[in-house]
Design a protein around this ligand. Structure first.
Ligand code: 5GP
Length: 135
């Protein structure tokens, strides 16, 4: 059965997309730890990150770098935290989380709630930053 992320890739369920290439997609996590918590995924459905073929793996890391660079420009944070968990969705993904301290990466904390308008505004902000991000 297709993963929930493959359904997002196929357009069968909605997501607040921030960046897309032929092979990769970045969108807002629906249960975020911070405003602008982004997931980057390969469109190809593979469960575990380290099972990706080398080309997809390195492509995903480069895509994550581009997205994180755009995020850093427009989200108030000290760093973009990077983590891989994958216990909930069996489709390789990297979490990019704007952080000001290590506790902002604590996945046991209650998740934040945003309205659709707030999610859209955050996604637009990141997209605008990416339009002006070089390399
Ligand atoms: P993990 O697999 O890394 O443990 O967690 C999966 C992440 O995907 C969670 O942070 C969760 O909030 C997010 N997530 C799960 N289902 C959806 C969904 O349908 N849409 C979006 N945008 N995020 C999701």
């Amino acid at each position: 059965m297709a993963s929930i992320f493959s359904k997002i890739v196929a357009g069968e369920i909605p997501a607040y997309k921030v960046a897309e290439t032929t092979g990769f997609l970045a969108f807002l996590d629906i249960n975020p730890l911070a405003e602008g918590h982004v997931l980057v995924i390969p469109k190809k459905e593979v469960d575990e990150l380290f099972d990706l073929d080398d080309e997809t793996y390195t492509g995903l890391q480069i895509f994550a770098k581009i997205v994180a660079t755009g995020m850093k420009k427009v989200l108030p944070c000290k760093r973009i935290g990077v983590t891989v968990i994958g216990l909930e969705v069996p489709h390789a993904h990297i979490h990019l989380i704007p952080i000001n301290g290590v506790n902002d990466m604590n996945f046991t904390k209650p998740k934040l709630k945003f309205t659709p308008e707030e999610f859209s505004a955050t996604a637009e902000k990141i997209k605008a930053a990416l339009r002006t991000t070089e390399g």
